[in-house]
Design a protein around this ligand. Structure first.
Ligand code: SAM
Length: 439
């Protein structure tokens, strides 16, 4: 397709890569943005791609109802034209004639001119049958809750009181949340600067450097963002660094550091003065750590390496503090990464669990006696959280669980859980371990 092809065709291609080829939302959207000239159209692209993924299960249910027979596999791109068309009709309230005209034009651009009648018919029918299409049988779990059935079942088991609130949070728009760089000014002062620009932001009790914007804005509109006054980070993610109680001069490892949100927060809390090694297995993702450090004027040792194989990167001097922000299902941040709804499968959980366990075991060898390790995930599933710490703790005599004396979240036995949506935050888990010096 030509580089200047219509916006609806770009949206469909982007969705097709994510839904049918397993591509990541972040990467595909970035590439698609490069094919769209105006900022306004880039905003529309983002809203359509995020929104279609966020509502993909209900949109698929409606499309199935509208289509006489399923589309062929090789016409997956048409499914994406139709899903994003339905999203524009239902959730963006764009007039039907505009949605239909653009979807028909997209078919031609995508070499599917033969399908213009079909697309026209389905979308017009969707408009006519809007009310009936809204009646979703409660027996259809994915369409009713807009999440995969296996995930709904696991949540129900894990959180019998709260599962539906967690799912509702996974369907919501996340706020834009900032972390004010305390080395550059106070949270209240930055909120006042925003207000002077007509941007309202609220402080929250749990995270002193945090500002939640009432309405999202473009990053370019944030005063002094480029020179490090603030970073974008959810409030729950901002709860990690203070738990490690890093002192000036401490030797600290951030074992899964990229893109560097928590590393930079650790450095800010230590007045920029601790020996922080920022490790990550992805050299590509580590570039963001370097960019963030440069923007914030902070220094750390950036090291590509596998946290599960310390021989490759550890100099043998033990760490006072380790942050293990482990690779996980991301089940607590679905509202920010709706492609997780499509991509994550139950088998991934088994694989992740064994990685989490291995990283914990190997990193423990690099921790100083008396030192602390904070285990964090952005997951709400106990199999990646308490279960991992419980098994690790049960196997060792030199590991103590440190109770977290905080007001937020809920105690889980070995750590603390914030469920997605709780006080407007992402879902996160935190468990603090100390290596006993007396064994
Ligand atoms: C949840 S993200 C980390 C987010 C980061 N701590 C922050 O706050 O910005 C998990 C990271 O773990 C990294 N990772 C996955 N497996 C790893 C391994 N075996 N060793 C080191 N890093 C790993 C991924 O590349 C990813 O960047």
């Amino acid at each position: 397709m030509a580089a200047n092809a219509g916006l609806r065709a770009v949206i469909a291609e982007c969705l097709e890569a994510i839904i049918h080829q397993g591509a990541s939302l972040d990467r595909e959207l970035e590439a698609a943005r490069g094919r769209v000239a105006s900022i306004r159209d880039q905003g529309f692209l983002q809203e359509c791609v995020y929104g279609t993924l966020r509502f993909v299960f209900v949109l698929r249910f409606q499309l199935k109802t509208l289509l006489g027979r399923p589309l062929r596999k090789r016409d997956a791109i048409l499914e994406c034209v139709l899903l994003s068309g339905l999203y524009q009709l239902r959730q963006m309230s764009i007039p039907a004639h505009a949605v239909v005209d653009q979807a028909v034009a997209a078919c031609k651009e995508l070499d599917r001119a033969w399908a213009t009648g079909l697309v026209n018919g389905v979308l017009r029918n969707a408009e006519r049958r809007a009310q009936a299409l809204g009646d979703i049988p409660s027996s259809d779990l994915p369409a009713s809750w807009n999440h995969p059935a296996w995930f709904i079942e696991r949540l129900r088991t894990a959180w019998p009181e709260d599962w539906s609130a967690v799912l509702a949070a996974g369907n919501a728009h996340p706020p834009l949340t900032l972390r004010v760089n305390r080395l550059r000014g106070t949270t209240a002062d930055y909120a006042a600067r925003l207000l002077a620009l007509g941007i309202t932001a609220h402080e929250i009790a749990a995270a002193p450097s945090c500002l939640v914007l009432e309405k999202p804005v473009r990053i370019a509109e944030l005063p002094d963002f480029d020179t490090g006054a603030v970073s974008v980070q959810d409030a729950a993610a901002q709860l990690a660094a203070p738990l490690l109680d890093v002192q000036t001069g401490s030797r600290v490892l951030d074992a899964c550091a990229a893109p560097g949100g928590k590393s930079m927060h650790l450095l800010e809390l230590a007045d920029g003065d601790c020996d922080l090694q920022a490790l990550d297995i992805s050299a590509e993702r580590l570039k963001s750590v370097a960019d963030n450090a440069l923007r914030l004027g902070l220094t750390c040792r950036i090291t590509p390496g596998d946290a599960g194989d310390p021989a490759g990167w550890w100099d043998g001097v033990p760490f006072d503090r380790i942050l293990l922000d482990a690779p996980c299902s991301g089940s607590g941040v679905i509202r920010r990464h709706p492609d997780i709804k499509i991509h994550r499968q139950p088998a991934d959980l088994t694989q992740l669990q064994s990685t989490q366990r291995k990283l914990l075991e190997r990193l423990w060898e690099t921790l100083k006696p008396g030192g602390k390790l904070l285990y964090v995930t952005c997951s709400v599933l106990p199999s990646e959280n308490d279960d991992i710490l419980a098994a690790f703790h049960a196997d060792r005599t030199d590991c103590a669980i440190v109770p977290l004396a905080v007001e937020w979240g809920r105690a889980t036995g070995h750590g603390r859980q914030i469920l997605s949506g709780e006080n407007g935050m992402d879902g996160f888990y935190f468990g603090l371990l100390q290596k006993r010096a007396d064994v």
